[in-house]
Design a protein around this ligand. Structure first.
Ligand SMILES: Cc1cc2nc3c(=O)[nH]c(=O)nc-3n(C[C@H](O)[C@H](O)[C@H](O)COP(=O)(O)O)c2cc1C
Length: 450
């Protein structure tokens, strides 16, 4: 079906288009399952709703949280979700994706601890229950998308990539095996600090084609970390093993199951750009054997094929398919990952475009056992208390929903601090006007391949 903007007046109209698209997508009229607790090993989550990691690009130059960061996390803490997955936080200064990327190190630890504590205080002040949400901090190295300061001259890549190279910094350094080995210890050091901060878990980020995600498809790389499956997953598994043995903290992952970049340059993808999930399935089993108990699944690359992972009404190009098809593909891939490791707790992605009916799709997916917890990204920027409304009112309010306008991404690309320009306009509309200065993402270099 060709791309169309969201225009449904009720659930039945949405169901009709789901049917027309031919996609298999469970839509439930009953949201109660979202309110049920979830047992994750020895921790109880109060409900099945999660805040996905969403970078605000609003740290200080040193990588410490700013007033805007505190404001965002207080609002999210008050939102009622059982799982708070905090945004990408760099493990090294050169691995920051922008000059306002959070960076956890000895110097920024006290301020990140204050951020964590203030989020938890808000939870306590706004929640009727004693259960605090399960908290995860995402650890990252931005790899080919590193830009620690505006005039940064070079980036590290793990392998050349004819699909992505034209859209990345032209000065690329192929990271050596020795440099990768040194980075493993930085993940461990940052995981120690995350524990001191108070988080229940760290996420060894392996999605959206940042450093570890890119390594998973480094078929053309030579040496210990390229070529065979065992070599390509080696770095990720070594980091997980080291963190698990050296730090008293849970280890989780956010991982791409499908890059939508053709083999041999993409992970989980065949020569024709279609999903090919044998390797992602194999990796899920290895993660389970290593003691990982929760994985957050996503797809695509926000710089190259954003419609694959964050379906939208508007963006830098008109998507080659209906947003229902993009979301259904992602949700069905998550379903396949769940089937591969049924005991692994899976957090799903793909609900924000559906506005208030995202809750109905989430409930349908959980009822059918496609996933255990439903995560919301852009929706959390627009509507930080969506979980509370689902739990207390049994619905999400259309007027508070994300409009999938892509302005939050636009803000990020143009170097601004980001949030919802439409529903949190007092703060973010002036920032968007200033950062974009009349430009749109059409004028940026974004790939648009199906
Ligand atoms: C502005 C912005 C910042 C994001 N930051 C992160 C991040 O730090 N880590 C991550 O894994 N995903 C990040 N994402 C992706 C979201 O977590 C999510 O996967 C995506 O928006 C699709 O989910 P949704 O349809 O609920 O928005 C970001 C997305 C946007 C738009």
């Amino acid at each position: 079906m060709e791309h169309k903007k969201f225009n449904y007046r009720d659930l039945d109209e949405l169901r009709e288009d789901v049917f027309r698209s031919g996609a298999e997508l469970p839509v439930s009229a009953q949201l109660d399952i979202l309110k049920t607790p979830f047992q994750l090993s020895n921790k109880l989550l109060s409900n099945r709703l999660a805040i996905h990691p969403m970078e605000g690009c609003d740290s200080t130059a040193e990588g410490a949280p700013s007033e805007l960061t505190f404001r965002r996390y207080k609002r999210l803490g008050a939102g009622g979700a059982g799982l708070l997955w905090v945004e990408a936080c760099a493990i090294s200064s050169e691995g920051r994706g922008n000059a306002r990327h959070l960076y956890l190190n000895r110097d920024t630890l006290p301020s990140l601890k204050m951020l964590f504590d203030s989020m938890m205080e808000t939870v306590k002040a706004t929640s009727a229950e004693d259960l605090r949400p399960y908290t995860v901090l995402q650890l990252t190295h931005s790899g080919r998308y590193s830009k620690p300061y505006p005039d940064a001259t070079a980036v590290v890549v793990t392998a050349e990539n004819p699909f992505l190279d034209p859209f990345s910094n032209s000065k690329r350094h192929l990271i050596t095996d020795e440099e990768l080995e040194r980075l493993e210890d930085q993940y461990v050091e940052t995981a120690h600090l995350a524990r001191e901060t108070g988080f229940d878990a760290v996420d060894i980020k392996a999605c959206h084609r940042y450093l570890i995600s890119e390594l998973l498809s480094a078929h053309t790389r030579e040496g210990h970390y390229g070529g065979s499956f065992d070599n390509r997953v080696r770095f990720l598994l070594q980091v997980i093993d080291k963190v698990k043995t050296q730090v008293d903290i849970d280890v989780t992952l956010r991982i791409n199951a499908y890059d939508a970049i053709p083999y041999p340059y993409g992970w989980g993808t065949d020569e024709n750009r279609l999903p090919s999930l044998d390797e992602p399935r194999r990796l899920m089993q290895l993660l389970w054997e290593r003691g990982v108990r929760m994985v957050n699944i996503t797809t695509g690359n926000p710089y190259y094929n954003p419609h694959i992972g964050r379906p939208a009404d508007t963006g830098p190009y008109t998507a080659p398919e209906h947003p229902i098809e993009s979301a259904a593909r992602m949700l069905n891939i998550i379903r396949e990952m769940k089937a591969a490791v049924p005991d692994m707790a899976l957090v799903g992605t793909g609900f924000s475009w559906f506005r208030e009916y995202g809750a109905n799709i989430a409930a349908g997916c959980i009822e059918r056992g496609w996933m255990d917890i439903a995560g919301f990204g852009r929706q959390a920027f627009a509507y930080p208390d969506f979980a509370r409304d689902i739990i207390t009112q049994g619905t999400m309010l259309h007027s508070k929903c994300c409009t999938s306008c892509t302005k939050c991404t636009e803000l990020m690309r143009f170097g601004g601090q980001t949030g919802c320009v439409v529903k949190d306009s007092q703060v973010y509309l002036p920032l968007w006007r200033k950062a974009t200065n009349g430009r749109t993402m059409m004028s940026t270099r974004v790939g648009n391949h199906v």
